[in-house]
Ligand binder design. Structure first.
Ligand SMILES: C[S@@+](CC[C@H](N)C(=O)[O-])C[C@H]1O[C@@H](n2cnc3c(N)ncnc32)[C@H](O)[C@@H]1O
Length: 273
């Protein structure tokens, strides 16, 4: 599914050369949780064309991520020769559109302009907990929507994200703003790069959900006794109900109607060890 986040006509297929190994796994149906687009024959057809006619991408995917080499070779082998440039470009645009969420990860300035970030107000997060003088972790920080909104209150903030280009962007923004109490590291919600009992607040937005129990266990591990785990999403137009998994895990929620029409549920849980 495409999120309609980009106009693929404006993007070079070389965008794929900026992507991290774990994203390449998703392109070839070997992502952490889902086969995704790869189950679709039409998607595999277009990906085969992209790989066959873009040797650098074919080479990069196989070298950066040996796990996908066999699939890359098979797709290329089953793709016809002598296609016209117009048909190749159509396939490139199909793939860029299908994977638009990953395209915006490597163009953070474009990601920052998406509705869910642009129309969101920092007060939503600030009203959820007392951030003053706290040690805070932002998981899957992205462009730092949550992190930058509380940075002036917290004692220290640690932002983790598995996308190379997003971490570079976060560092650029932090340094441009002269912020001294923010550290930016590689890491995932499944493997948080910190020891036990460090954080007063562990927060995230649009990151939980692949494996709630495992994610909760890992976030609880790094939270202090008496600390909070928070998820705070951006503005959108999605119709939603309360998340049963979050309620099962003991989260409380607040609700409001997004100005973009969506139902926004944010969740918070106090950690008692
Ligand atoms: C939709 S963006 C949301 C960014 C930011 N949290 C926000 O709400 O504005 C999802 C973010 O999660 C990151 N991400 C993807 N998989 C992740 C994982 N397994 N653990 C932590 N972060 C992840 C992505 O790199 C991306 O920055």
């Amino acid at each position: 599914m495409s999120f309609n986040w980009i106009n693929p006509e404006n993007f070079s297929i070389n965008t794929l050369l900026l992507m991290d190994k774990w994203i390449i796994m998703y392109f070839l149906g070997l992502g952490k949780t889902t086969v995704g687009h790869y189950a679709n024959e039409e998607y595999r057809h277009h990906l085969g064309i992209v790989l066959k006619y873009n040797h650098a991408i074919q080479w990069y995917f196989s070298e950066k991520c040996p796990e996908v080499k066999k699939r890359v070779d098979n797709l290329v082998k089953n793709t016809q020769n002598n296609l016209l440039q117009d048909d190749i470009r159509k396939s490139e645009m199909y793939i860029l559109d299908a994977k638009d969420s990953f395209v915006v990860y490597v163009y953070p300035e474009i990601m920052e302009e998406l509705d869910y970030i642009k129309h969101w107000k920092a007060e939503t997060l600030i009203s959820m907990a007392d951030f003053h003088n706290k040690i805070v972790l932002d998981i899957g920080s992205g462009t730092g929507r949550l992190a930058f909104s509380v940075i002036n209150m917290v004692k220290e903030l640690y932002a983790i994200d598995p996308v190379d280009r997003l971490r570079e962007y976060l560092k650029y923004k932090r340094d441009k703003l002269g912020i001294k109490n923010m550290r930016i590291l590689d890491g995932t919600i499944e493997e948080i790069p910190f020891p036990e009992n460090i954080f007063d607040i562990v927060m995230s937005g649009h990151v939980m959900g692949d494996d709630y129990d495992k994610e909760m266990e890992e976030m609880t591990r790094v939270a202090k006794n008496g600390g909070y785990i928070i998820t705070c999403v951006g503005e959108d137009n999605s119709k939603r109900e309360e998340n049963k998994d979050m309620i099962r895990l003991g989260f409380e929620y607040t609700y409001y109607k997004s100005k973009l029409g969506g139902d926004i549920y944010n969740y918070k849980k106090k950690i008692i060890k």
